[in-house]
Design a protein around this ligand. Structure first.
Ligand code: SF4
Ligand code: SF4
Length: 258
């Protein structure tokens, strides 16, 4: 009986994703990459962690690899392709000085000086965005992922002002006409809603790694920071890593190996 109820709840969650897509956007024909909707059996394979985090082997990143990861992320999550100041960013690239403005780095190696760093939401342990949101549209899960409930967002943009990393984007206009490869498994958003990286929570739930991690071919390591035997903890034991803007006091869960 218990198991039936669990199955039901999982299927309900899948259906809810579809309803969310219908309410927030449109449901069109599934592109070839979309595949079938996840089943209750897929949810049995879901990944769990005490605290999800990411390590970035920054020296492995070229502008081409950043673009590959960006495209994978933005396609998966129906991120609209809007040029200029109204751009929506979940995954993007930046110079060392943009990424780490509070690091001294006066005499940087040429390699680091000219490197492009991949950026995304840091899923901070002390997320300022969560603290200032008046509707709990942005919230922190027990496993550390900082999520958005698009339905609850009233577009006040307090979270954007609160985030020291520019990790959030605001939909100044209807984003749907700017989506080129619609993924029917992920909700689209509407004008007046804030969005950002969700650490691919919807993929972790069915036992898949974040899509940027898959695209990065070993340049991104994703795992449980709360498990000392995890791959990410091993990587962080063996390599010196820094985090963005430590002075902001948010304690990012994304680590950069220089
Ligand atoms: S990077 Fe910004 S949006 Fe992401 S959790 Fe930290 S404060 Fe929030
Ligand atoms: S973890 Fe997922 S949502 Fe976040 S940047 Fe990577 S692909 Fe995009």
């Amino acid at each position: 009986m218990k198991s039936n109820r669990r199955e039901f709840l999982k299927l309900a969650a899948v259906s809810a994703m579809g309803v969310g897509a219908a309410r927030l956007g449109f449901l069109g024909d599934a592109p070839a990459f979309a595949g079938p909707l996840p089943t209750a059996a897929d949810f049995e394979k879901g990944f769990k962690a005490k605290h999800w985090g990411m390590a970035v082997f920054s020296a492995k990143f070229t502008p081409e690899l950043i673009e590959k990861c960006r495209t994978a992320c933005h396609t998966e999550h129906n991120v609209p392709d809007i040029p200029g100041k109204k751009q929506i960013k979940w995954f993007w690239g930046a110079s060392y000085h943009e990424a780490f403005p509070t690091e001294q780095g006066q005499f940087l190696s040429e390699d680091v000086e000219h490197r492009e760093f991949p950026l995304l939401c840091n899923h901070c342990e002390q997320p300022m965005c969560v603290r200032v949101c008046p509707t709990q549209a942005t919230f922190q899960r027990p496993d550390g992922i900082v999520m958005m409930d698009f339905h609850r967002c009233i577009g006040c943009r307090y979270c954007m002002a609160g985030c020291p990393f520019g990790a959030r984007s605001f939909n100044f206009q209807d984003p749907r006409p700017f989506i080129h490869n619609f993924n029917p498994h992920y909700p689209t958003r509407m004008r007046g809603v804030v969005e950002k990286c969700d650490f691919c929570a919807e993929r972790l739930a069915i036992g898949k790694l974040p899509v940027c991690v898959e695209a990065a071919g070993g340049a991104l390591v994703f795992g449980d920071l709360g498990d000392e035997n995890s791959d990410i903890r091993k990587v962080l034991r063996e390599h010196f890593a820094i985090r963005r803007k430590p002075d902001a006091g948010t304690s990012p869960s994304v680590y950069y190996i220089l």
